[in-house]
Design a protein around this ligand. Structure first.
Ligand SMILES: NC(=O)c1ccc[n+]([C@@H]2O[C@H](COP(=O)([O-])OP(=O)(O)OC[C@H]3O[C@@H](n4cnc5c(N)ncnc54)[C@H](O)[C@@H]3O)[C@@H](O)[C@H]2O)c1
Length: 259
């Protein structure tokens, strides 16, 4: 596998970027890659212990901000604290989400539906809302990435709330792109496929699937993706290298949705 080395090409030099859900998983990988690429990064998460540890290990270029993205006042404060720490905002990766539900459509749990929608759908919308307000106030553009999923395009069984929320993320990304394009603000989404995280390994174990045998069913490259490979896609979208790209979804799924 080849990966970029952003330290030789600091594509986010001087940019200030919020990454939500950055205490672990893909959000953490994104915060780390962005800092390597020259950005100043806000590690935003409601897991204070892990989020603070990530920010501290990145160093001066990072700040931890505690936020529950389902709460408007906390999201507003997250953006305000970003500006207080680094003077401005240039972009964001709205990545925080709850793990998928596990019930059939005929049996889904209403409380879990409400919680998942409050975070994965409304929380992503609230994050965009306050980030957009700051970018509009600055008046010099910006770039936002919302993390969807292959579940934003393909049905998965026993995932009704998650599939609905991730389809919703794709839709609201397009609305925000349409409204804010005239202001030079780009809004896109990234739809990860099967990424090698504890969540994925746990799901395979639960269903008794051997990862090596199962990978070809989920990936034309016969392997699971790495969190850093999702971070690389967000890096391109937040950077000026994608300056003519808005309102679209980048599928980072090794061809899963192309079949
Ligand atoms: N893991 C996969 O294979 C996969 C595939 C497709 C899409 N995704 C999507 O990618 C993103 C990252 O997935 P991951 O596997 O790295 O997740 P993860 O569970 O490892 O990390 C999610 C992070 O979000 C934080 N978080 C959850 N709710 C929050 C809230 N209300 N406020 C603030 N922070 C909150 C958690 O504390 C955690 O740090 C998610 O949007 C997920 O839906 C994941």
């Amino acid at each position: 596998m080849t990966t970029t080395d952003p330290t030789t090409f600091p594509v986010l030099d001087e940019k200030v970027v919020i990454v939500t859900g950055a205490a672990m998983g893909m959000g953490e990988a994104t915060a780390r890659l962005f800092a390597e690429a020259g950005a100043r990064v806000v590690v935003a998460d409601f897991n204070e212990e892990k989020g603070r540890a990530v920010a501290e290990s990145i160093g001066e270029a990072a700040r931890f901000v505690k936020v529950d993205i389902s709460k408007a006042d906390q999201v507003e404060a997250m953006v305000a604290q970003t500006v207080e720490a680094f003077g401005r905002l240039d972009g964001a990766v709205n990545n925080a989400a709850l793990t998928p539900d596990d019930k059939l459509a005929s049996e889904f749990d209403e409380d879990y539906w409400d919680r998942l929608m409050a975070v994965d759908l409304k929380g992503t919308a609230l994050s965009m809302k306050y980030e957009l307000r700051q970018l509009l106030a600055q008046g010099d553009g910006g770039s936002i990435v919302n993390i969807s999923s292959v579940s934003g395009f393909r049905p998965q069984p026993e995932n009704i709330a998650y599939v609905a929320a991730k389809h919703g993320v794709v839709g609201m990304t397009k609305v925000a792109a349409m409204e804010n394009g005239p202001h030079g603000i780009r809004v896109n989404s990234v739809a990860p496929g099967a990424i090698d995280t504890p969540m994925l390994r746990g799901a395979l174990e639960q269903f008794g699937f051997d990862p090596a045998e199962y990978a070809p069913q989920l990936s034309l490259l016969n392997r699971f993706g790495q969190p850093r490979e999702i971070a690389q896609a967000s890096l391109w979208l937040v950077s000026d290298l994608s300056s003519y790209v808005t309102g679209t979804t980048l599928h980072v799924d090794a061809g899963y949705t192309s079949r």
